[in-house]
Design a protein around this ligand. Structure first.
Ligand SMILES: Nc1nc2c(c(=O)[nH]1)N[C@H]1C(S)=C(S)[C@@H](COP(=O)(O)OP(=O)(O)OC[C@H]3O[C@@H](n4cnc5c(=O)[nH]c(N)nc54)[C@H](O)[C@@H]3O)O[C@H]1N2
Ligand SMILES: Nc1nc2c(c(=O)[nH]1)N[C@H]1C(S)=C(S)[C@@H](COP(=O)(O)OP(=O)(O)OC[C@H]3O[C@@H](n4cnc5c(=O)[nH]c(N)nc54)[C@H](O)[C@@H]3O)O[C@H]1N2
Ligand SMILES: [Mo]
Length: 821
């Protein structure tokens, strides 16, 4: 199982470079002293959006500005204040009225948003009562506490760990494997290149800038997505993007973005775009491979030395096996919308010099999302440049500043998500009644809908458990999962849903017990500065005390554990600052041979440690140097163009080599497009992190008449009589939502975008109810990528849209519950 945090920990503990001493002490302190005399004090903290200083006065955060070290701060820093003081903060523990008062958990009204305020003791007693009931009446298979997400930053307070450890102190439960980000990629790539690749350090930008002739940005929007990090983001990668732009301008590097849309990155770099119809990357790639093969532009020696199975793949390319279709440029052109001659020219360009592929993740978040990643590796293998500086393939340069050299600093640990060794849960029942204890992350809703169903998953059989109770913290399932109306049906079957959050999201609306956590700005913590680069450490100094009746997740979970006498085990008898100091001290010890870190008090007062710049790195270089001594982690140790292992599973939609499969639905002449001609891409937002910061006054900077924007091409707008700023209804057979039209020439006909993370605001809890704010997951398709990864297929979705006539209903997404006394 891959946890990002543990992965990063392992990763950062590799090489060592010299330390650049803490440089910000004087500037920061002087600023703080200065401000203190007039209007408050300045503190330092970090966030997914970057490090910042905040001015506190009269017990309130007055002002937030990026840390000086951050040369390319994200605009989203402006939204932080709005998170703290949003109208959707959860003020008190709340319990759903019908669940509390009626019998049988009143699943039929779940989602009606009518809640009663209760005391902390009442709320936690109810949570404990429900955990007891589930463990004794059913068993650990009926409890799901496994879903995770983008909890706020901070190594100690990382909230999902707190919830999971507290629940684990009480009893066992169902967990998940994988994530929504890279669900298909992280499962397929270990078979092909021997690691997840998606969470691996990529070739450093300096190597690309110095060695590459052609950079292919394949479905990736670096300038948009590098704004956020899993830990506190440094934005160092933007320095390299600017250098890349200079090289493009000077004619030294050619950058081509393969994307249906003209992205923020393309606009920033001024690079070329290779338009492609959505979801048709595999036919395009197959035709590129066909050209390389036919024109002998491929590296036979590389395929012989480093790869297995090219000979098994070629017959498919030539139309001799499987579908018996030759994968010519003419064949591909009819599917992907690129002229056959342009495909040939593209293939010749790829083979003309040093070529670096950089893939994003959106194309594996679609049906058969395993295939483009595998086929990308085949193309890169045919070019024979894997392991060379500035050549080969990367699957993650848009994520957490991958490509910025790592300092080799060992990151601090975090709060444990399991019980300690030697401890047992109160109810140590390990009888899962034949149900699988671990399920693929995106299939939890299938479990609720079809308990007992057996599905294939990555070479094993999974029996979906009969989930009766959910406990959620640090993620927002009513943001991240697909198909809201299907979710409503599933949630009606649940007995009890507990959610811990600081914001009244749609998940709160569909819960029964809601516990108010405080934000990260209301607690002390420590974080890595630069997730993969290991640039430094950030002290996350509490800015203000927890607002309203909210508490830290740590305090909430401690009090829950007190109810079954496990609070001391849970906390290890330590408080917040003891934990933070211990994590720091352990980190100092782990790094003692590499960096001279000051004592905790000095660090805390200073706020930031800077370890300087790291050493450049070339992905797969050691494998290329000597594949016998440094084999890949694949079954054979080589790049597997044909995978016997995958082939042996006998899956219909992921066979022995990469293939093209038609999608369940597809625009541009694909299935269903006569009725729903528009492809909806629910990309990651430019001005939020998923649903976080959607509720902030910062929203006003991009919302259209108070709704989430929907980007649409001038052609599609015109043919539907839609003007920029109009309220439009987007719909298909699964649901409907209202958004505000943004007409933009960056979008081609047949493609619209509504960013994921727009809060779900249904008019009521009934099926088919319109979403009033514009959550794209109201209409997305909830099917697995394939039997291999079972990942989300969110980007396989087609819709129609129209100008909204009639009276526009108010937005119901924000402002919290309907409080009933
Ligand atoms: N259609 C579509 N759907 C998608 C995607 C897509 O591209 N298209 N992308 C998918 C991907 S890649 C991802 S990663 C997911 C993201 O899905 P999530 O990770 O679920 O998204 P977030 O909105 O970040 O949800 C985090 C929630 O945790 C809460 N929270 C944050 N910090 C704390 C804390 O300290 N304590 C407590 N108690 N709560 C906290 C926040 O308020 C928020 O409600 O979405 C997936 N869904
Ligand atoms: N600002 C911001 N940054 C983020 C996040 C955020 O919420 N906000 N979330 C973070 C997280 S959790 C994740 S998982 C990553 C997500 O990273 P990705 O999944 O890579 O990002 P997306 O923005 O969904 O899509 C990237 C590009 O893929 C293109 N694309 C989509 N479908 C296709 C297709 O079929 N073919 C081709 N060729 N191109 C296609 C889109 O047009 C877009 O330009 O971003 C991270 N960074
Ligand atoms: Mo993600």
């Amino acid at each position: 199982m891959i946890h990002r945090r543990s992965f990063l920990k392992g990763l950062l503990s590799t090489s060592a470079v010299s330390v650049i001493g803490p440089g910000l002490l004087n500037a920061g302190q002087a600023m703080a002293d200065n401000a203190a005399q007039t209007d408050g004090i300045w503190k330092i903290s970090g966030s997914h959006w970057g490090a910042f200083r905040a001015r506190i006065w009269a017990g309130k955060v007055q002002e937030v500005k990026p840390l000086e070290m951050d040369k390319y701060p994200s605009d989203m820093i402006k939204g932080i204040k709005g998170i703290i003081y949003s109208s959707s903060r959860i003020r008190y523990p709340m319990v759903r009225l019908d669940w509390l008062k009626k019998n049988k958990y009143s699943g039929d009204t779940r989602g009606n948003n009518r809640f009663v305020r209760v005391t902390w003791d009442e709320a936690l007693d109810l949570v404990y009562r429900e955990l007891e009931r589930i463990q004794t009446d059913y068993g650990p298979w009926a409890l799901y506490a496994g879903q995770t997400g983008w909890r706020q930053t901070g190594q100690f307070h990382s909230c999902t760990s707190h919830m999971q450890r507290a629940v684990a102190m009480h009893g066992n439960y169902i967990t998940k494997v994988g994530d929504y980000s890279t669900g298909a990629g992280q499962i397929i790539m270990p078979y092909i290149l021997g690691s997840t690749e998606v969470y691996a350090p990529g070739t450093s930008w300096v190597e690309i800038l110095n060695n590459t002739q052609n950079v292919v940005l394949w479905a990736t929007d670096l300038a948009k997505n590098l704004q956020v990090g899993w830990n506190c983001e440094t934005h160092e990668s933007f320095e390299y993007l600017h250098q890349l732009k200079d090289k493009i301008d000077a004619g030294k590097i050619k950058v081509i973005a393969v994307d249906p849309v003209r992205s923020k990155t393309q606009n920033m770099l001024g690079c070329d775009q290779q338009y492609i119809h959505p979801q048709t990357d595999v036919p395009f790639m197959l035709a590129l491979a066909h050209t390389l093969y036919k024109e002998s532009l491929y590296d036979k020696a590389f395929l012989d030395t480093y790869c297995l199975g090219f000979d098994d793949f070629v017959p498919y390319l030539l139309g001799e096996t499987k579908d018996k279709v030759e994968k010519t440029p003419e064949w591909a052109s009819a599917i992907c919308g690129i002229k056959a001659d342009d495909i040939r020219a593209f293939a010749r360009l790829l083979a003309s010099g040093r070529t670096q592929f950089i893939f994003g993740w959106a194309i594996q978040r679609q049906q058969h999302g395993e295939q483009p990643y595998w086929m990308g590796a085949v193309l890169a293998s045919m070019l024979g440049q894997i392991g060379l500086p500035g050549g080969g393939i990367s699957y993650a340069h848009h994520y957490c500043s991958i490509g910025v050299p790592s300092t080799g600093f060992s990151a601090p640990g975090g709060f444990p998500r399991n019980v300690d060794q030697g401890q047992e849960p109160k109810h140590n029942n390990t009888d899962f009644k034949g149900y699988s204890r671990t399920i693929p992350v995106a299939r939890w809703l299938d479990a609720i809908m079809e308990p007992g169903k057996k599905i294939q998953s990555n070479g094993t059989e999974v029996t979906l458990p009969d989930i009766k109770m959910l406990v959620v913290s640090g993620c927002n399932p009513w943001n991240h999962h697909q198909d809201r109306n299907r979710m409503k049906k599933a949630f009606r079957k649940l007995q009890t849903v507990v959610n811990i959050d600081f914001a009244w999201t749609a998940t709160c609306r569909f819960s029964d017990i809601v516990l108010p956590a405080c934000t990260q700005y209301e607690r002390n913590d420590i974080d890595v500065y630069g997730s993969y680069s290991g640039r430094g450490l950030i002290a996350m100094q509490k800015l203000v005390d927890p607002l309203y009746h909210s508490k830290t997740d740590f305090d909430i979970c401690t009090e829950l554990c007190k109810r079954f006498d496990r609070d001391k085990d849970y906390t290890r008898n330590m408080g917040e600052m003891q934990w933070v100091k211990m994590l720091y001290d352990d980190c100092k010890t782990a790094n003692k041979d590499k960096f001279d870190m000051p004592d905790f008090e000095t660090f805390w007062q200073q706020g930031v440690l800077d370890f300087g710049k790291g050493k450049p790195f070339v992905r797969h270089a050691s494998f290329r140097d000597d594949p016998e001594i440094n084999p890949l982690g694949t079954p054979s140790g080589f790049i597997e163009i044909f995978s016997r292992k995958i082939d042996s599973y006998g899956y219909a939609h992921c066979q022995g080599h990469p293939m093209w499969f038609e999608k369940a639905e597809r625009s541009h002449g694909g299935p269903g497009s006569d009725k729903f001609p528009l492809w909806l891409q629910s990309c990651h937002p430019d001005n939020r992190l998923h649903s976080q910061m959607c509720e902030s006054d910062y929203r006003e900077s991009y919302a259209v008449k108070g709704r989430e924007p929907c980007y649409i091409s001038p052609e599609d707008a015109k043919s539907r009589g839609i003007k920029d700023g109009d309220i439009v209804r987007v719909f298909n057979d699964r649901g409907q939502l209202l958004t505000g039209a943004k007409v933009s020439a960056d979008f081609p006909p047949g493609v619209i975008r509504i960013a994921e993370g727009a809060w779900y605001g249904p008019l009521d809890e009934k099926d088919g109810s319109v979403c009033t704010y514009g959550d794209p997951n109201t209409v997305t398709l909830d099917i697995p990528t394939s039997e291999l990864a079972n990942a989300t297929s969110a980007n396989t979705c087609i819709v129609e849209m129209e100008k909204y006539k009639g009276e526009v209903p108010p937005v119901t997404a924000f402002g919290g519950p309907i409080e009933v006394s």
